[in-house]
Design a protein around this ligand. Structure first.
Ligand code: FES
Ligand SMILES: [Fe+2]
Length: 363
Protein backbone atom coordinates (compact mmCIF):
# COMPACT_ATOMS: atom_id res chain seq x y z
CA UNK A 1 0.00 0.00 0.00
CA UNK A 2 1.08 3.57 -0.37
CA UNK A 3 0.05 6.49 1.73
CA UNK A 4 -2.54 9.03 0.77
CA UNK A 5 -1.51 12.14 -1.12
CA UNK A 6 -4.00 14.81 -2.00
CA UNK A 7 -7.62 13.74 -1.84
CA UNK A 8 -7.53 10.06 -2.64
CA UNK A 9 -5.64 6.98 -1.59
CA UNK A 10 -4.46 4.24 -3.91
CA UNK A 11 -3.61 0.59 -3.61
CA UNK A 12 -0.41 -1.20 -4.58
CA UNK A 13 0.22 -2.13 -8.20
CA UNK A 14 -2.14 -4.95 -9.01
CA UNK A 15 -4.12 -6.52 -11.77
CA UNK A 16 -6.56 -3.63 -11.72
CA UNK A 17 -3.81 -1.38 -13.07
CA UNK A 18 -2.87 -1.32 -16.75
CA UNK A 19 0.49 -2.86 -17.62
CA UNK A 20 2.27 -4.12 -20.72
CA UNK A 21 -0.07 -7.10 -20.99
CA UNK A 22 -3.16 -4.85 -21.14
CA UNK A 23 -4.48 -4.67 -24.72
CA UNK A 24 -4.26 -1.29 -26.43
CA UNK A 25 -7.42 0.80 -26.14
CA UNK A 26 -8.66 1.11 -29.71
CA UNK A 27 -11.85 3.16 -29.36
CA UNK A 28 -9.96 6.40 -29.05
CA UNK A 29 -8.71 9.38 -31.05
CA UNK A 30 -4.90 9.35 -31.15
CA UNK A 31 -2.54 11.80 -32.79
CA UNK A 32 -1.23 10.15 -35.95
CA UNK A 33 0.99 12.88 -37.34
CA UNK A 34 1.82 16.55 -37.39
CA UNK A 35 -0.07 18.18 -40.25
CA UNK A 36 3.18 19.20 -41.96
CA UNK A 37 4.34 15.59 -42.20
CA UNK A 38 1.52 14.53 -44.50
CA UNK A 39 1.67 15.61 -48.14
CA UNK A 40 0.97 14.21 -51.62
CA UNK A 41 3.90 11.86 -51.09
CA UNK A 42 2.69 8.90 -49.00
CA UNK A 43 4.27 8.19 -45.61
CA UNK A 44 3.74 5.29 -43.24
CA UNK A 45 3.44 5.11 -39.47
CA UNK A 46 2.66 2.18 -37.19
CA UNK A 47 -0.06 2.89 -34.62
CA UNK A 48 -1.25 0.33 -32.06
CA UNK A 49 0.60 -2.29 -34.09
CA UNK A 50 -1.14 -1.42 -37.39
CA UNK A 51 0.88 -0.07 -40.31
CA UNK A 52 -0.96 2.87 -41.85
CA UNK A 53 -0.27 4.98 -44.96
CA UNK A 54 -1.03 8.71 -44.98
CA UNK A 55 -1.32 11.14 -47.86
CA UNK A 56 -3.34 14.17 -48.92
CA UNK A 57 -6.04 14.30 -51.57
CA UNK A 58 -5.98 16.99 -54.24
CA UNK A 59 -8.15 19.26 -52.03
CA UNK A 60 -5.65 18.90 -49.16
CA UNK A 61 -7.75 16.52 -47.02
CA UNK A 62 -5.61 13.93 -45.24
CA UNK A 63 -6.24 10.22 -45.87
CA UNK A 64 -5.27 7.19 -43.76
CA UNK A 65 -5.42 3.67 -45.18
CA UNK A 66 -4.12 0.25 -44.26
CA UNK A 67 -0.49 0.23 -45.43
CA UNK A 68 -0.63 -3.35 -46.64
CA UNK A 69 -1.75 -4.23 -50.10
CA UNK A 70 -4.35 -7.04 -49.87
CA UNK A 71 -2.69 -8.74 -52.84
CA UNK A 72 0.91 -9.53 -51.77
CA UNK A 73 1.32 -7.30 -48.69
CA UNK A 74 3.48 -4.69 -50.43
CA UNK A 75 3.59 -1.42 -48.41
CA UNK A 76 1.29 1.03 -50.20
CA UNK A 77 3.40 3.90 -48.84
CA UNK A 78 6.05 2.85 -51.40
CA UNK A 79 3.58 3.38 -54.23
CA UNK A 80 2.28 6.56 -55.89
CA UNK A 81 -0.62 8.90 -55.28
CA UNK A 82 -2.63 9.45 -58.48
CA UNK A 83 -5.37 12.06 -58.12
CA UNK A 84 -7.11 11.02 -54.89
CA UNK A 85 -6.16 7.35 -55.32
CA UNK A 86 -3.10 5.41 -54.20
CA UNK A 87 -1.42 2.95 -56.55
CA UNK A 88 0.47 -0.07 -55.25
CA UNK A 89 4.10 -0.14 -56.35
CA UNK A 90 4.17 -3.92 -56.92
CA UNK A 91 1.41 -4.88 -59.41
CA UNK A 92 -0.27 -1.50 -59.75
CA UNK A 93 -3.61 -2.15 -58.00
CA UNK A 94 -5.35 1.19 -57.33
CA UNK A 95 -7.38 2.13 -54.25
CA UNK A 96 -9.79 4.99 -53.65
CA UNK A 97 -9.29 7.18 -50.57
CA UNK A 98 -12.14 5.30 -48.82
CA UNK A 99 -10.24 2.01 -49.22
CA UNK A 100 -12.34 0.55 -52.06
CA UNK A 101 -10.42 -1.03 -54.92
CA UNK A 102 -10.46 1.24 -58.00
CA UNK A 103 -8.68 -0.91 -60.60
CA UNK A 104 -6.61 -4.09 -61.05
CA UNK A 105 -4.40 -3.63 -64.16
CA UNK A 106 -3.92 -7.35 -64.86
CA UNK A 107 -7.68 -8.09 -64.95
CA UNK A 108 -9.24 -4.72 -65.79
CA UNK A 109 -11.66 -5.14 -62.87
CA UNK A 110 -12.20 -3.62 -59.40
CA UNK A 111 -13.24 -6.48 -57.07
CA UNK A 112 -15.06 -5.50 -53.87
CA UNK A 113 -13.05 -8.10 -51.95
CA UNK A 114 -9.85 -6.10 -52.49
CA UNK A 115 -11.00 -3.36 -50.11
CA UNK A 116 -8.51 -2.05 -47.53
CA UNK A 117 -9.27 -0.49 -44.16
CA UNK A 118 -9.67 3.28 -44.03
CA UNK A 119 -9.33 5.28 -40.83
CA UNK A 120 -11.34 8.40 -39.90
CA UNK A 121 -9.13 11.46 -39.42
CA UNK A 122 -9.57 14.90 -37.89
CA UNK A 123 -7.10 17.74 -38.39
CA UNK A 124 -7.10 20.28 -35.56
CA UNK A 125 -4.35 22.87 -35.04
CA UNK A 126 -0.96 21.30 -35.78
CA UNK A 127 -2.06 17.67 -35.48
CA UNK A 128 -3.87 14.99 -37.46
CA UNK A 129 -5.90 12.71 -35.18
CA UNK A 130 -6.91 9.18 -36.10
CA UNK A 131 -9.81 7.07 -34.83
CA UNK A 132 -8.50 3.55 -34.18
CA UNK A 133 -11.80 1.97 -33.12
CA UNK A 134 -13.12 1.08 -36.59
CA UNK A 135 -15.20 3.34 -38.88
CA UNK A 136 -18.42 1.59 -37.84
CA UNK A 137 -17.83 2.52 -34.16
CA UNK A 138 -16.75 6.13 -34.76
CA UNK A 139 -17.40 8.19 -31.61
CA UNK A 140 -16.98 11.97 -32.00
CA UNK A 141 -17.81 12.49 -28.31
CA UNK A 142 -14.46 11.00 -27.32
CA UNK A 143 -12.54 13.77 -29.09
CA UNK A 144 -11.10 16.28 -26.61
CA UNK A 145 -11.90 19.85 -27.70
CA UNK A 146 -8.89 22.11 -28.24
CA UNK A 147 -10.36 25.62 -28.63
CA UNK A 148 -6.96 27.26 -28.08
CA UNK A 149 -5.76 26.22 -31.54
CA UNK A 150 -7.25 29.45 -32.88
CA UNK A 151 -6.67 33.16 -33.36
CA UNK A 152 -5.10 34.96 -30.41
CA UNK A 153 -2.97 31.98 -29.48
CA UNK A 154 0.44 30.82 -30.69
CA UNK A 155 1.95 27.42 -30.27
CA UNK A 156 5.09 25.38 -30.64
CA UNK A 157 4.76 21.68 -31.27
CA UNK A 158 6.92 18.68 -31.98
CA UNK A 159 7.35 14.94 -32.18
CA UNK A 160 9.65 12.51 -30.42
CA UNK A 161 9.92 8.82 -31.17
CA UNK A 162 10.35 7.00 -27.87
CA UNK A 163 11.68 3.46 -27.71
CA UNK A 164 9.68 2.68 -24.56
CA UNK A 165 6.20 1.61 -23.52
CA UNK A 166 3.59 4.39 -23.41
CA UNK A 167 2.42 3.71 -19.84
CA UNK A 168 5.71 4.94 -18.40
CA UNK A 169 5.15 8.30 -20.08
CA UNK A 170 1.69 8.58 -18.50
CA UNK A 171 3.19 7.85 -15.08
CA UNK A 172 6.01 10.33 -15.67
CA UNK A 173 3.59 13.12 -16.55
CA UNK A 174 1.50 12.57 -13.41
CA UNK A 175 4.48 12.77 -11.06
CA UNK A 176 6.22 16.12 -11.01
CA UNK A 177 8.67 15.03 -8.29
CA UNK A 178 11.10 14.06 -11.05
CA UNK A 179 11.45 17.68 -12.24
CA UNK A 180 14.57 18.71 -10.29
CA UNK A 181 16.36 15.44 -11.05
CA UNK A 182 15.53 14.91 -14.72
CA UNK A 183 15.12 18.52 -15.84
CA UNK A 184 17.31 20.46 -13.42
CA UNK A 185 17.43 24.19 -12.94
CA UNK A 186 15.79 25.14 -16.25
CA UNK A 187 12.38 23.95 -15.04
CA UNK A 188 12.51 23.50 -11.31
CA UNK A 189 13.97 24.35 -7.92
CA UNK A 190 15.43 21.53 -5.78
CA UNK A 191 12.58 21.93 -3.25
CA UNK A 192 9.99 21.19 -5.94
CA UNK A 193 10.62 17.48 -5.41
CA UNK A 194 8.80 17.78 -2.08
CA UNK A 195 5.77 19.76 -3.20
CA UNK A 196 2.54 17.86 -2.53
CA UNK A 197 0.53 17.06 -5.61
CA UNK A 198 -3.25 17.15 -5.42
CA UNK A 199 -4.78 14.24 -7.31
CA UNK A 200 -8.51 13.86 -7.79
CA UNK A 201 -11.10 12.34 -10.07
CA UNK A 202 -13.21 14.71 -12.16
CA UNK A 203 -16.03 12.83 -13.86
CA UNK A 204 -14.14 10.05 -15.60
CA UNK A 205 -10.78 11.83 -15.69
CA UNK A 206 -7.77 11.83 -13.41
CA UNK A 207 -6.58 15.32 -12.55
CA UNK A 208 -3.28 16.51 -11.09
CA UNK A 209 -2.91 19.95 -9.57
CA UNK A 210 0.39 21.31 -8.37
CA UNK A 211 1.71 24.70 -7.33
CA UNK A 212 5.41 25.25 -7.95
CA UNK A 213 6.53 28.43 -6.27
CA UNK A 214 9.51 30.40 -7.55
CA UNK A 215 9.82 28.65 -10.90
CA UNK A 216 12.64 30.11 -13.01
CA UNK A 217 11.66 32.14 -16.08
CA UNK A 218 14.18 31.56 -18.82
CA UNK A 219 13.31 34.48 -21.07
CA UNK A 220 13.84 38.17 -20.37
CA UNK A 221 10.85 39.01 -22.53
CA UNK A 222 8.63 36.76 -20.43
CA UNK A 223 10.17 38.28 -17.31
CA UNK A 224 8.92 41.70 -18.51
CA UNK A 225 5.40 40.33 -18.64
CA UNK A 226 5.56 39.27 -15.02
CA UNK A 227 6.87 42.63 -13.83
CA UNK A 228 10.60 42.01 -14.20
CA UNK A 229 10.76 39.00 -11.90
CA UNK A 230 13.07 36.12 -12.82
CA UNK A 231 10.86 33.71 -10.91
CA UNK A 232 7.16 33.08 -11.01
CA UNK A 233 4.62 30.85 -9.29
CA UNK A 234 3.33 28.18 -11.63
CA UNK A 235 0.01 26.46 -11.02
CA UNK A 236 -0.02 23.29 -13.08
CA UNK A 237 -3.11 21.32 -13.91
CA UNK A 238 -3.09 18.10 -15.95
CA UNK A 239 -6.05 15.97 -16.99
CA UNK A 240 -6.05 12.41 -18.37
CA UNK A 241 -9.29 11.05 -19.82
CA UNK A 242 -7.85 8.14 -21.76
CA UNK A 243 -4.72 6.63 -23.25
CA UNK A 244 -4.06 9.27 -25.91
CA UNK A 245 -3.05 12.28 -23.93
CA UNK A 246 -2.24 14.31 -20.88
CA UNK A 247 -3.90 17.72 -21.31
CA UNK A 248 -2.25 20.35 -19.15
CA UNK A 249 -2.96 23.94 -18.27
CA UNK A 250 -0.30 26.14 -16.66
CA UNK A 251 -1.14 29.44 -15.00
CA UNK A 252 1.66 31.83 -14.13
CA UNK A 253 1.33 34.33 -11.29
CA UNK A 254 3.69 36.57 -9.37
CA UNK A 255 4.87 35.13 -6.04
CA UNK A 256 2.30 36.13 -3.45
CA UNK A 257 -0.08 37.62 -6.01
CA UNK A 258 -3.13 35.80 -7.34
CA UNK A 259 -3.28 37.77 -10.60
CA UNK A 260 -2.56 35.59 -13.58
CA UNK A 261 0.04 36.95 -15.99
CA UNK A 262 -0.30 34.42 -18.70
CA UNK A 263 -1.47 30.95 -19.44
CA UNK A 264 -0.12 27.97 -21.35
CA UNK A 265 -1.87 24.86 -22.54
CA UNK A 266 0.54 21.96 -22.47
CA UNK A 267 -0.42 18.90 -24.48
CA UNK A 268 1.41 15.60 -24.24
CA UNK A 269 -0.16 13.41 -26.91
CA UNK A 270 0.69 9.77 -26.57
CA UNK A 271 0.24 7.23 -29.35
CA UNK A 272 1.50 3.68 -28.77
CA UNK A 273 3.40 2.30 -31.73
CA UNK A 274 4.08 -1.12 -30.19
CA UNK A 275 4.44 -2.50 -26.68
CA UNK A 276 8.02 -1.21 -26.71
CA UNK A 277 7.71 2.09 -28.57
CA UNK A 278 5.61 5.24 -28.56
CA UNK A 279 4.92 8.28 -30.74
CA UNK A 280 5.17 11.28 -28.43
CA UNK A 281 3.66 14.48 -29.84
CA UNK A 282 3.61 17.65 -27.80
CA UNK A 283 2.38 21.23 -28.03
CA UNK A 284 2.71 24.30 -25.86
CA UNK A 285 0.11 26.98 -26.59
CA UNK A 286 0.41 30.51 -25.13
CA UNK A 287 -1.56 33.73 -25.07
CA UNK A 288 1.35 36.17 -24.72
CA UNK A 289 4.07 37.37 -27.11
CA UNK A 290 2.23 35.64 -29.91
CA UNK A 291 4.04 37.66 -32.61
CA UNK A 292 7.51 37.23 -31.17
CA UNK A 293 9.65 34.89 -33.26
CA UNK A 294 12.57 34.83 -30.79
CA UNK A 295 10.37 33.62 -27.98
CA UNK A 296 8.83 31.12 -30.36
CA UNK A 297 12.25 29.58 -30.98
CA UNK A 298 13.27 29.74 -27.31
CA UNK A 299 10.10 28.02 -26.05
CA UNK A 300 10.40 25.34 -28.74
CA UNK A 301 13.99 24.62 -27.70
CA UNK A 302 13.21 24.58 -23.98
CA UNK A 303 10.21 22.28 -24.42
CA UNK A 304 11.95 19.91 -26.81
CA UNK A 305 14.98 19.66 -24.53
CA UNK A 306 12.82 18.97 -21.47
CA UNK A 307 10.63 16.34 -23.15
CA UNK A 308 13.69 14.66 -24.62
CA UNK A 309 15.07 14.34 -21.08
CA UNK A 310 11.95 12.36 -20.12
CA UNK A 311 12.28 10.21 -23.24
CA UNK A 312 15.93 9.42 -22.43
CA UNK A 313 14.98 8.40 -18.87
CA UNK A 314 12.09 6.19 -20.03
CA UNK A 315 14.26 4.55 -22.71
CA UNK A 316 16.85 3.74 -20.03
CA UNK A 317 14.09 2.01 -18.04
CA UNK A 318 12.94 0.10 -21.13
CA UNK A 319 16.52 -1.01 -21.87
CA UNK A 320 16.98 -2.21 -18.32
CA UNK A 321 13.72 -4.17 -18.40
CA UNK A 322 15.02 -5.93 -21.51
CA UNK A 323 18.28 -7.04 -19.92
CA UNK A 324 17.51 -7.56 -16.21
CA UNK A 325 15.38 -10.60 -15.45
CA UNK A 326 15.49 -11.09 -11.68
CA UNK A 327 12.29 -13.06 -11.09
CA UNK A 328 11.28 -11.73 -7.68
CA UNK A 329 11.65 -8.02 -8.51
CA UNK A 330 8.52 -5.89 -8.05
CA UNK A 331 8.53 -2.10 -8.38
CA UNK A 332 7.61 -0.34 -5.12
CA UNK A 333 5.23 2.57 -5.06
CA UNK A 334 5.75 5.78 -3.08
CA UNK A 335 3.30 8.54 -2.24
CA UNK A 336 4.06 10.69 -5.30
CA UNK A 337 2.92 7.83 -7.56
CA UNK A 338 -0.77 8.39 -6.73
CA UNK A 339 -1.52 10.22 -10.00
CA UNK A 340 0.22 7.63 -12.16
CA UNK A 341 -1.54 4.81 -10.36
CA UNK A 342 -4.92 6.45 -10.92
CA UNK A 343 -4.16 6.76 -14.63
CA UNK A 344 -3.13 3.08 -14.82
CA UNK A 345 -6.39 2.19 -13.07
CA UNK A 346 -8.41 4.27 -15.54
CA UNK A 347 -6.66 2.68 -18.54
CA UNK A 348 -7.16 -0.85 -17.17
CA UNK A 349 -10.87 -0.11 -16.75
CA UNK A 350 -11.23 1.36 -20.26
CA UNK A 351 -9.44 -1.66 -21.77
CA UNK A 352 -11.66 -4.04 -19.82
CA UNK A 353 -14.84 -2.16 -20.84
CA UNK A 354 -13.70 -2.28 -24.44
CA UNK A 355 -13.20 -6.04 -24.18
CA UNK A 356 -16.65 -6.60 -22.70
CA UNK A 357 -18.40 -4.05 -24.91
CA UNK A 358 -19.57 -2.04 -21.88
CA UNK A 359 -17.60 1.11 -22.64
CA UNK A 360 -19.68 4.19 -21.86
CA UNK A 361 -19.27 7.71 -23.14
CA UNK A 362 -16.80 9.73 -21.14
CA UNK A 363 -17.71 12.98 -19.45
S1 FES B 1 1.14 -6.45 -53.93
FE1 FES B 1 0.03 -4.68 -54.37
S2 FES B 1 -0.66 -4.97 -56.39
FE2 FES B 1 0.34 -6.82 -55.90
FE1 LIG C 1 9.43 15.47 -17.16
Amino acid sequence: MIEEQGEIATASKSSELADRSTPFIRKEWYVAAMGGEVSRKPISRTILGEDIVFYRKQDGTAVALQNRCPHRSFPLSLGQVDGDKIVCGYHGIQFHSDGKCAFVPSTGTAPGALRIESYPLKEVGPFIWIWMGGSECLDESLFVDQPYFSEGWRWVHGYLHMKANYLGLHENLMDTSHFPFVHGAALAQPEHAEVKQKIYIDGDAVVLEILHKRTPIFSQKLQCIVGGSSEVDRLGYAKVRGPAGNFGHLKFTNPGNENEFYTDYLLHLITPESVHSTHYFWALVRNVLTDDEDIQKDIYQLAKTAFMQDVVALEEVENLLARDHRPSFREKLIASDVGGVQVLRLLARLASEERTGSRALRS
